[in-house]
Design a protein around this ligand. Structure first.
Ligand SMILES: NC(=O)c1ccc[n+]([C@@H]2O[C@H](COP(=O)([O-])OP(=O)(O)OC[C@H]3O[C@@H](n4cnc5c(N)ncnc54)[C@H](O)[C@@H]3O)[C@@H](O)[C@H]2O)c1
Length: 340
């Protein structure tokens, strides 16, 4: 696979490192609307070609796939163009800024026979993959109740940078810049975390989205700070389980923590993304009467990057793909329409 990385900001570095480490993948080009940034990125990751636009990279040719690490609002137009140009696409989440665009991306890729992947990062966490196997094997019985949380704190401390002065954070706070706030940014991850483990999609929900005052007049320069900072949701899954899902950028003490507690008629599981493999524990069988929890041993799992590279090499579909992300985008749209 000869890979083009489009958008050479924060997340692109993770893609460059992950893809470069995979046998049979050559990261041959990168592009950014800020050509200087693309050139610096190419130097840093030893990438032969750097361009100031997707058009320039496509005009040169020679790539077979693209990793799309542009901001959310740029995913649709750039991905559609790259599909037209014959590339397989691995796109960052959320796939688009609304479900209709996401479905158009699915249809375009399918019609053109392109392989698609979406970087739902927490599929790389061993605890999530094992939790799904445990639930599918029936060990906790019929799912009844769940709690899912995604806690970040970058609006309260500078561990990842200063959100009030850096564009890289400000676009995430502004709907005019294509952000769906915490709902679109981290909601998609926690919806996937909960529904993938449960093996069941969200059937219906009620949601509240909250935007807190963060700057005088709720704006900083060109950025109107109107995107939600937190959401709380009650939801029902297709398998009948009822539960709560919430996420926030205002959780001091938590840099980037996902958790899920899922209870069934025969047992419960609790998992997190903490550490290299995540954590997973189960209470089942004779342990129910003493409420004893046991850690589940975990082995590393393949990453989305590896799965995409394998899929392109073999010419077979991968999961999570554009269709997976489009389904999650429908949840986001429904929550955004209902929330307030
Ligand atoms: N999977 C994850 O866990 C995860 C984590 C962080 C970010 N992300 C996603 O990754 C994407 C990028 O986030 P980031 O933090 O790297 O953003 P960023 O702002 O750091 O980088 C984006 C880069 O894209 C460039 N760009 C913008 N429009 C472009 C266009 N049309 N063509 C080419 N380049 C363009 C910008 O100049 C910038 O350099 C977002 O969709 C975000 O949601 C995913």
């Amino acid at each position: 696979m000869r890979l083009l990385i489009l958008g050479t900001g924060n997340m692109a570095g993770t893609h460059a490192q992950a893809f470069s480490a995979i046998d049979g993948v050559d990261v041959v080009a990168c592009a950014d609307i800020d050509e200087g940034r693309a050139r610096a990125f190419a130097d840093r990751f030893d990438i032969p070609e750097a361009y100031g636009s997707l058009d320039a990279a496509l005009a040169k040719g020679g790539c077979t796939a693209m990793a799309n690490t542009t901001p959310d609002a740029a995913h649709f137009a750039t991905t559609m163009k790259a599909i037209d140009a014959g590339l397989h696409i691995f796109c960052e989440k959320p796939l688009a800024t609304n479900a209709e665009d996401a479905r158009r991306m699915v249809r375009a890729a399918d019609a053109a026979g392109r392989i698609t992947g979406v970087n739902l990062t927490y599929r790389n966490v061993a605890a999530l993959q094992e939790a799904r196997r445990i639930v599918a094997a029936g060990r906790i019985g019929a799912a009844r109740h769940f709690e899912a949380a995604y806690l970040q704190s970058w609006l309260t401390q500078p561990a990842w940078g200063d959100w009030a002065t850096e564009d890289v954070w400000l676009w995430r706070l502004s709907s005019a810049h294509g952000s769906l706030g915490a709902l679109g940014d981290i909601g998609i991850h926690i919806f996937d975390f909960a529904t993938y483990a449960a093996g069941s999609n969200i059937l219906d929900m009620h949601s509240n989205l909250t935007t807190f005052p963060k700057a005088p007049g709720d704006r900083i320069g060109e950025y109107v700070l109107d995107a939600n900072d937190s959401f709380t949701m009650t939801a029902r899954l297709e398998n009948g389980a009822a539960g709560v899902i919430h996420a926030t950028r205002f959780a001091p003490g938590h840099l980037n923590d996902l958790s899920l507690r899922l209870f069934g008629t025969k047992g419960g599981i609790e998992l997190t993304n903490s550490g290299p493999l995540g954590t997973l524990r189960i209470c089942e069988g004779d342990d129910l009467s003493t409420a004893t929890w046991r850690d589940v041993p975990l082995e590393p799992v393949e990453t989305n990057y590896q799965r995409f590279a394998d899929a392109v090499r073999k010419g077979t579909p991968m999961k999570p793909d554009f269709a997976t992300a489009a389904r999650l985008q429908e949840v986001i749209d429904r929550a955004a329409a209902a929330g307030g």
